[in-house]
Design a protein around this ligand. Structure first.
Ligand SMILES: C=CC1=C(C)c2cc3[nH]c(cc4nc(cc5[nH]c(cc1n2)c(C)c5CCC(=O)O)C(CCC(=O)O)=C4C)c(C)c3C=C
Ligand SMILES: [Fe+2]
Length: 416
């Protein structure tokens, strides 16, 4: 397929008109000319280039395919070359094009295609690809130890967690989000294919049904416990708060992370069947919000501020001392906030008749030591929700700043 033809345009034009237009002459604008910050509709592309990576403040798409890779090459040059190849493929796929320049059906019949083909005919679907580097990448293998940001300090152990090493950690992660699951899966599959022999997939996670809003234009979705989730989240319109709580800035740590952010992932299994037998009043008390509108128990509307001081007729707090929103609220943590961007997951059932389901929690922040860690420490000790959940995997990644143009690549500021 020619450089400028999207999957959608190829099928829209038909083979005859593609031939008539000729390679490179199709009226698809170049990426750099796309000034829009976000997709206008769920099938449109999200710009790949910019000062920050897409997929963080981008209005959360409906679907997730998250992958963590182990780097298996020992050669730094091969790793850098892979990051450059991945960047080119990501720039293409996010704009609805095949992963490689020949594409699924345009290459030599004797060679394996440079795209796997399952997204042929599908629009870009708001695909974003966001990369992060885990603490283990900064060991002795690639000479990066002195470039490890202090904010990428290993997470401490938390009470009650049951982390499985095989689905935790990772040298490199890629978060693929899209409105079409096939588009997200296609993107990760092609990155894994390109990385053959240099990286191996450590684990991956599919998610459906976003569990947060990252824009005021989005309705708040529900998690698998049936509650609105993402009401009091950092949102892309909160420019000043994003500066303070999301993006790493000059003076925070190594300069290569300026404009980047840190991602914490936690796979949190829900004991769904037990939850489903809990009375409504108990469910609402656990979160401190009502199940219908998502309003705090002290208010009426979803976006009313909770009144943590308010007492009921019996003199006890209306929002209980162990309610999730009281313990996670910025007031309990010196103002610390997160940009939550998690997804529901159901990995079938567990062989014992129970759904293997929960929340693949993802949160972006400026410094996990000051944000995720203190919040999770308090939740792990006091949260009433703990009776119904179990953290089974954990990941921590430094997500570098955005790729600025076609001459740039994922991680250039780290490796240059
Ligand atoms: C350490 C951070 C957090 C973890 C882990 C976490 C798990 C978790 N949360 C829900 C459901 C809800 N969370 C809500 C609010 C909320 N949660 C966190 C942090 C963690 N949650 C924060 C910072 C907040 C915002 C608190 C506030 O400022 O009011 C809500 C309420 C609606 C909302 O504001 O989003 C729900 C519902 C589940 C099910 C879960 C683990 C499975
Ligand atoms: Fe929460």
């Amino acid at each position: 397929m020619s450089e400028g033809i999207s999957r959608r345009r190829l099928f829209g034009l038909g083979a005859a008109s593609v031939a008539a237009v000729g390679a490179g002459a199709v009226v698809t604008r170049s990426f750099a000319e796309e000034p829009v910050a976000h997709a206008a509709s769920s099938s449109d592309p999200v710009p790949f280039y910019g000062p920050h990576q897409a997929g963080v403040t981008t209005p959360a798409q409906d679907r997730l395919h998250f992958v963590a890779f182990d780097v298996i090459t020992k050669k730094k040059a091969e790793l850098v070359e892979l990051l450059q190849e991945w960047t080119a493929a990501a720039a293409r796929m996010t704009q609805g094009k095949d992963a490689g320049t020949f594409g699924a059906v345009g290459g030599a019949p004797e060679a394996p295609p440079d795209d796997t083909g399952e997204a042929l005919g599908l629009p870009p679907s708001g695909l974003t690809l966001t990369i992060g580097f885990g603490p283990s990448l900064f060991d002795e293998r690639f000479g990066l130890a002195d470039r490890r940001p202090p904010a990428l300090a290993d997470l401490p152990a938390f009470p009650g967690e049951d982390l499985q090493p095989g689905i935790s950690g990772g040298d490199i992660c890629v978060q693929a989000c899209a409105h079409d699951p096939q588009v997200a899966v296609h993107a990760i599959r092609n990155l894994a294919r390109i990385g053959f022999g240099k990286v191996s997939v450590r684990y991956s996670q599919l998610g459906f049904g976003r569990t947060s809003s990252t824009s005021r234009a989005q309705a708040t979705p529900r998690n698998l416990m049936g509650f609105k989730d993402g009401t009091n989240n950092l949102k892309l319109e909160d420019t000043a708060m994003l500066r303070d709580h999301l993006w790493a800035a000059s003076g925070d740590g190594p300069a290569w992370m300026n404009g980047g952010t840190y991602l914490v992932t936690r796979k949190i299994r829900m004991h769904i069947e037990t939850w489903d037998r809990a009375p409504l009043a108990e469910q609402e008390a656990i979160f401190g919000r009502d199940k219908g509108k998502g309003a705090p128990l002290t208010g009426h509307g979803e976006f009313d501020a909770p009144d943590f001081a308010k007492k009921g007729p019996d003199g006890t707090p209306v929002i209980a001392d162990n309610a999730h929103v009281r313990l996670a609220h910025p007031d309990a943590h010196g103002g610390a906030r997160l940009l939550r961007r998690g997804y529901n997951y159901v990995d079938g059932s567990d062989g014992l008749g129970r759904l293997d389901a929960g929340l693949f929690f993802m949160a972006y922040q400026r410094d996990p030591r000051k944000q995720f860690v203190p919040i999770q420490r308090m939740l792990s000790q006091k949260d009433a929700l703990n009776e119904y959940i179990k953290h089974v995997s954990s990941g921590l990644f430094a997500c570098p700043p955005g790729v600025v143009d076609g001459g740039d690549y994922w991680g250039r500021t780290l490796f240059a």
